[in-house]
Design a protein around this ligand. Structure first.
Ligand SMILES: [Cu+2]
Length: 387
């Protein structure tokens, strides 16, 4: 077990400060006019840059968030909230995601089911598949604000070995249903561009996750019909704040971006726990071969923490703990993923812009507060239609 993965007191203070800062920021910014929020705040920077550009006969443009219709003017399909919309634009999206976890890991080393049994667990999960149907909508309210909503529908299944000798008994559990509804907003911060330096755009992400996903799903196990362990549940059970910062750039046929997102649980849920906070930092580069097709490479670092508290219908006293997925202190981890993607801009149909994207990836580093199931790969296929 890795104790640095547990949340410290300092971490919680940072989290409270961040929450307060977010609330304050959005109260202030909502009273601003309809433009990028930080317009007019970098006069010095703009002046020196435009003087430099003027020598080449170029002009600096500030505050233009318009992106030409090109396959890579949206980020890789696995990213969320990586683009904003212009006033009155409406987008619907559907994504199908699948992730498979095969094998067990503690820290960075693999464990066999027998190794896990030797740690005192009677039941050993060996495989999990998570499928998600994600329905999304985005709407450009004005030149500052884009509203977003996302509802996932989840299907999970997990295979286990048990019995004596280990493997004499096998069983599978399944859960299915709606996950947590995320409603949110993207706030344009600042944009500048010129032919020789490309376009650079910044926005803030602010989502709230609402506890619409069930956290009391039951399933049939050798112990009878019981509430299933944490990773099989469909929601967090808590209202979660999801702040973030996104940057996107483009020049010629190339584009790139950076995004950092946090997940902060502001209270424990009804069952008596809160899932761990999390943050991620990612960057990608894309190349448009022509207007309608682009490829991308993305790296994403994620760090998520153990749970606070426990659900006593899932977690048993330590000495009787049967399975690691029921231990709230074996949930944290860190992971670096590499992903490859392709975006297509399809011909307009009935005046609607259509986009198709596929992105798949594998972890190149995984450090789990285990034993836990380890991720093998994940893939996202998505379709977007814009009015
Ligand atoms: Cu959109």
């Amino acid at each position: 077990m890795y104790h640095y993965l547990k949340r410290s007191h300092t971490w919680r203070q940072i989290q409270r400060t961040l929450t307060l800062a977010c609330v304050l920021f959005f109260t202030i910014s909502s009273s601003n006019g309809f433009a990028a929020l930080l317009d007019g705040m970098f006069d010095g920077f703009e002046e020196s840059l435009s003087q430099r550009l003027a020598k080449n006969g170029e002009q600096l443009t500030i505050g233009n968030f318009y992106t030409p219709e090109r396959a890579d003017s949206h980020g890789p399909i696995g990213m969320m909230g990586e683009h904003t919309h212009n006033t009155g634009e409406l987008m619907f999206s559907y994504r199908y995601m699948q992730m498979e976890m095969n094998g067990i890991r503690d820290g960075t080393s693999g464990l066999s089911p027998m190794d896990v049994r030797a740690q005192g667990f009677a039941v050993v999960p060996t495989f999990m598949r998570m499928e998600m149907h994600m329905f999304g909508a985005m709407y450009g309210v004005n030149d500052t604000l884009t509203l977003t909503a996302m509802l996932p529908y989840l299907r999970n299944k997990m295979d286990h070995v048990a019995g004596m000798p280990l493997g004499a008994a096998k069983f599978q559990t399944r859960t299915e249903g709606a996950g947590d509804l995320k409603i949110g907003s993207l706030w344009r911060l600042y944009a500048f561009e010129a032919p020789s330096i490309g376009a650079h755009r910044f926005h803030l992400n602010f989502n709230v996750s609402l506890p619409t996903g069930d956290i009391t799903h039951k399933g049939t196990t050798p112990l009878g019909v019981i509430r299933l362990p944490y990773p099989m549940q469909l929601g967090s059970g808590t209202v979660d704040l999801l702040p973030g910062l996104t940057y996107g750039g483009a020049k010629g046929n190339a584009s790139w971006g950076f995004q950092t997102l946090g997940t902060y649980r502001i209270a424990r849920n009804k069952a008596g726990y809160s899932k761990g906070d999390a943050y991620e930092v990612g960057a990608y580069g894309a190349y448009a071969w022509t207007n309608w097709i682009s490829n991308s490479v993305r790296f994403r670092w994620r760090h998520w923490f153990d749970y606070d508290g426990q659900d006593t219908k899932i977690t048993r006293p330590a000495a009787q703990q049967l399975v690691f997925t029921a231990d709230p202190d074996l949930r944290g981890g860190k992971q670096l993923d590499i992903m490859g993607g392709v975006n297509f801009l399809l011909p307009e149909v009935l005046g609607l812009e259509h986009r198709l994207g596929v992105e798949g990836g594998v972890p190149i580093y995984q450090n789990l507060d285990g034993p836990q199931l380890e991720t093998d790969w994940a893939v996202t296929v998505g379709w977007q239609v814009i009015h």
